[in-house]
Design a protein around this ligand. Structure first.
Ligand code: 13P
Ligand code: SF4
Length: 320
């Protein structure tokens, strides 16, 4: 947990108070991803991974959803709640992985593999989801692929998650698209190995968007909220090396104040930092609620088809 100067803490408290007042007055709900800055996580109604937040979006009775995450997450909330107002506090909150696949490139791949069932990671645009058979997140990708009757799968767009799934479900023939998350893909095995050599007793938990050698070294491979649950499975362990974006450390340290969490890049997130997630600040959240900006919309015919792929995914349980 960060130690802030008094004046900064006071300013944050004032902003947080205003946010909570606006939330009440406007019948809003704040959903925040595990990668958000700590003060945004602390002001949210729900903090979670992509899957958990998509599920929360289906349950809320609020009229306004303020999505503190990235654009595809807000879009998913809108698709699941077409009559609600969904706000993204900063339109710069995109995702390079989602941008790595376009409807045109998916069309091309589908032409090449016409018999394959298209499984698309939730880190994708609504247009791409609308062309897909079923979505998945990092929390249910293995179960989603296992749930499909066909042997032939086209997995898009993350090559690292796709490879991890293919290893878990070797009975399927999985063709994998060539996208990746630059935040995770830039982390290299030798760096993680060095961090591990300095803390040989630590449990290594990695996100499946990491490269193959890192995932192979890991004791646990799971989504961000999966990481929070996984720590409880190692009551004897004192230290954990975390191979994902630095925002997750806030929830881990809050839930397990007696454990030590070390970021796998060995430098407190100088590399494991998603610039898109970090565009959202308390100031942006206040403005979002005050001015009801920036509204995220999805064309009804796209939303209708994307919703089918998302709802098929929601019928599948999380990976064990
Ligand atoms: P989660 O599935 O854990 O929410 O991860 C999403 C993501 O964007 C990882 O980079
Ligand atoms: Fe996208 Fe990577 Fe950022 Fe996740 S960490 S939102 S996949 S760019």
């Amino acid at each position: 947990m960060s130690v802030l100067p008094y004046a900064e803490k006071k300013a944050q408290k004032e902003l947080a108070d205003e946010i909570r007042e606006l939330v009440k007055k406007k019948n809003a709900v704040i959903l925040a991803h595990n990668y958000q800055v700590p003060e945004v996580q602390d002001v949210a109604d729900h903090v979670g991974d992509s899957l958990g937040l998509a599920i929360e979006a289906t349950k809320t009775s609020a009229e306004i959803i303020v999505f503190c995450g990235v654009h595809f997450m807000a879009e998913t909330a809108k698709i699941l709640n077409p009559t609600k107002k969904v706000l993204l506090p900063n339109l710069a909150a995109g995702c390079s992985l989602a941008d790595s696949i376009t409807p045109e490139s998916l069309y091309e791949w589908k032409q090449r593999y016409p018999e394959h069932v298209v499984v698309t990671y939730i880190n994708s645009s609504a247009d791409v989801k609308a062309m897909s058979d079923i979505c998945c997140t990092s929390a249910n990708a293995v179960s989603v692929v296992r749930s499909i009757a066909s042997q032939k799968i086209l997995f898009t767009p993350d090559r690292n998650l796709g490879r991890w799934v293919a290893q878990q479900v070797p009975e399927k023939e999985i063709v994998i698209y060539d996208g990746c998350c630059p935040v995770h893909d830039v982390l290299r095995g030798p760096t993680v190995k060095k961090v591990r050599d300095l803390a040989p007793d630590a449990v290594l938990i990695a996100h499946p968007e990491c490269r193959e050698d890192i995932v192979a070294m890991a004791d646990v491979v799971c989504s961000t909220s999966g990481m929070i649950a996984a720590v409880a499975r190692f009551p004897e362990a004192k230290r954990f090396i975390i191979a994902t974006e630095n925002g997750i450390l806030h929830q881990l340290r809050k839930r397990y104040p007696d454990k030590e969490f070390i970021l796998a890049d060995g430098c407190i997130g100088c590399r494991l930092n998603c610039p898109y997630m970090k565009t959202i600040t308390l100031e942006e959240v206040v403005r979002s609620l005050r001015e009801e900006v920036f509204e995220v919309d999805v064309a009804p015919e796209i939303a209708e088809r994307a919703r089918i792929a998302i709802q098929r995914m929601l019928a599948v349980p999380r990976d064990a």
